[in-house]
Ligand binder design. Structure first.
Ligand SMILES: Nc1ncnc2c1ncn2[C@@H]1O[C@H](COP(=O)(O)OP(=O)(O)OP(=O)(O)O)[C@@H](O)[C@H]1O
Ligand SMILES: [Mg+2]
Length: 273
């Protein structure tokens, strides 16, 4: 096992819109580099205005999108070499996505437990002796639910927050080492957001899972993240320890961001620096 869980090295992604020859080139991600340490699980928040390249970067980490240049290594293995077959499946065990809208992640006509059992069969059944019911119930308990509560229910019978928990439980079934969550709380009622980000903390602390948390929501990022990376026009304009970035931002854009939210705690700290 490599000491570096994820190594993103000078990664860029350029899209061409409207034909290869005459099209407009859009540099969605420019020369981004960062690492996650395998020995010290952390929550890395990726922040930036709309169109700054956050989702494109997340999709490259999930190996759904190919970089135009640069290289991504997961546990020492180049993602370009694991597009198909058994290696792809092993990668999907290790790196799980969580998306913005939990209602889109589930077919409205299927009962929730069917997804959980399907995932359980796909990822886990061959490698463990644990009964499916137990495995699914255990995963749900890690997110504060249980199989009893979820059984026989359809997606629309749960709140957005509950459904996002079910999506996280499903991600946990494969015992991931990294979760890439793209705006996981933006569709969720403000009062429930903190419970989801608290869950991320618990996953980091109790299960040793690293989390890349893509968000617009500076307040939860500041609250939950160990490290923050700020993107603008595809580039990382500032990154580092969450408290330092938000209390003493170096870049005009980071300052604007902080001032826009006026977190009382951050504002106090900033005033006393
Ligand atoms: N498949 C694609 N084809 C062409 N352009 C794309 C594609 N995907 C993204 N882009 C463009 O790349 C840029 C970055 O988009 P991206 O979705 O990564 O931003 P984002 O930071 O996630 O934005 P948001 O906060 O709105 O989710 C944007 O200009 C977007 O229009
Ligand atoms: Mg996005």
């Amino acid at each position: 096992m490599s000491d570096v869980l994820l190594d993103v090295s000078e990664v860029s992604k350029t899209f061409v819109r409207g034909g290869l020859l005459s099209g407009r080139r859009i540099a969605a991600v420019r020369d981004v580099s960062f690492r996650l340490d395998a020995r010290r699980p952390e929550i890395l928040a990726v922040i930036g205005e709309t169109g700054s390249g956050k989702t494109t970067l997340a999709r490259m980490i999930l190996n759904i999108e190919t970089p135009t240049s640069g290289r991504l290594l997961f546990d020492g293995v180049d993602l370009a070499t694991i597009r198909t077959g058994a290696r792809r499946l092993a990668f999907m065990h290790d790196v799980q996505p969580i998306f913005q809208n939990p209602f889109e992640a589930f077919n409205p006509l299927k009962r929730l437990e069917r997804y959980l059992f399907m995932t359980q069969r796909r990822f886990v059944a061959s490698t463990t002796q644990v009964a499916p019911e137990t495995a699914v119930d255990e995963a749900l308990r890690k997110v504060g639910l249980s199989l009893k509560e979820v059984r026989h229910r359809y997606p629309h019978e749960l709140s957005g927050g509950q459904l996002q928990r079910v999506a996280i439980a499903r991600a946990l079934l494969s015992n991931p080492r990294l979760i890439v969550a793209d705006e996981p709380v933006s569709m969720i009622d403000a009062s429930l957001r903190i419970s989801i980000v608290n869950l991320f903390k618990a996953l980091r602390d109790d299960l040793g899972i690293s989390i890349i948390y893509v968000t617009h929501d500076l307040a939860t990022a500041y609250y939950v993240a160990d490290r923050i990376m700020i993107m603008q026009n595809g580039s990382v304009v500032e990154s580092g320890d969450a408290k330092t970035i938000l209390t003493a931002p170096q870049q005009p854009y980071s300052r604007q961001l902080r001032d826009a939210v006026l977190l009382p705690d951050v504002a106090n700290r900033a005033a006393s620096v």
